[in-house]
Design a binder for this molecule. Structure first.
Ligand SMILES: [Fe+2]
Length: 147
């Protein structure tokens, strides 16, 4: 993987928040904004970062977009093929909180408490992603991110 590319994708994955604090809306806004500017790889990350499980129904939070936009997102999400950049930003998102790097399980529990649910397959997927990068790096994930 290219270090700088991964870093830039990480920086821009939530660019949709520029248009306001929305839930699924920030995914949609970021995706559309980056597409508009011609940054297709960033657009893909904006789209995939909330979906360890490649299924729009697994989104945790409000579906605060129009039905037509949701359909557009769903078609886009279903048509992409995940690569390690998608997976990397997904696991980093699971590790990162406002206060810094946190324990993945504690983070998911916190989300579960706040939203009242956390799909089991999404929960399991985050541990699978953790293991995936630990195997690639031959290191504990918290050692990799210097927690
Ligand atoms: Fe996000």
């Amino acid at each position: 993987m290219e270090r700088n590319k991964a870093y830039i994708l990480g920086l821009l994955h939530d660019i949709g928040r520029k248009f306001g604090a929305r839930h699924l809306g920030h995914v949609y806004d970021g995706y559309k904004y980056m597409l508009e500017l011609g940054f297709t790889q960033v657009a893909k990350i904006c789209l995939t970062h909330s979906f360890g499980i490649q299924d729009i129904k697994t989104y945790i939070g409000k579906f605060d977009i129009l039905e037509s936009e949701q359909l557009e997102l769903e078609i886009a999400l279903n048509s992409v093929k995940y690569d390690d950049y998608d997976r990397l930003i997904q696991i980093c998102d699971a590790l990162g909180a406002a206060e810094g790097i946190v324990d993945i399980e504690a983070r998911m529990q916190d989300v579960k408490n706040r939203y009242g649910n956390y799909p089991q397959e999404k929960w399991d997927k985050n541990f699978e992603l953790k293991k995936y990068f630990e195997n690639l790096a031959n290191k504990d994930i918290y050692e990799i991110v210097d927690k």
